[in-house]
Design a protein. Structure first.
Length: 124
């Protein structure tokens, strides 16, 4: 486990909880917190009962911040800060390994953009 991992996890979880009025938390534990939309929708020709929005998960050597808007619309990646993009290790998974106030603000900014985009796309 990395230094300050529980603190990092808790901070990101608290940020995500700010969106619980718009999205539904399907997982809420000391290992993960996941948010989904509340209505069925279609993406890439597939129907979904709800759509994944974002999550935080405690992993072995990092805290994973998962952010679905960049998977649904990859051009949204360009709207994220270089510091946050540097943490991207997959299509939607950011490996957060340090307790960094600037990074938390960037995560909040990304979530605000994602929430706005989901509204524009009619997903919420």
């Amino acid at each position: 486990m990395i230094k300050d991992q529980q603190k990092i996890f808790g901070r990101i979880k608290d940020i995500l909880k700010e969106y619980s009025n718009t999205f539904t938390a399907t997982t809420d534990s000391d290992q993960g917190y996941e948010l989904y939309t509340n209505k069925p929708m279609e993406m890439l020709g597939r129907k979904f009962p709800r759509m994944y929005f974002a999550a935080v998960k405690n992993q072995k050597n990092f805290v994973g911040f998962y952010y679905m808007p960049i998977y649904a619309h990859p051009e949204m990646l360009k709207s994220l800060t270089p510091e946050l993009v540097k943490c991207l290790k997959g299509k939607t998974c950011f490996h957060i390994k340090k307790d960094d106030e600037v990074l938390y603000l960037q995560i909040k900014e990304a979530l605000d953009k994602g929430e706005k985009a989901y509204k524009e796309w009619g997903w919420i």
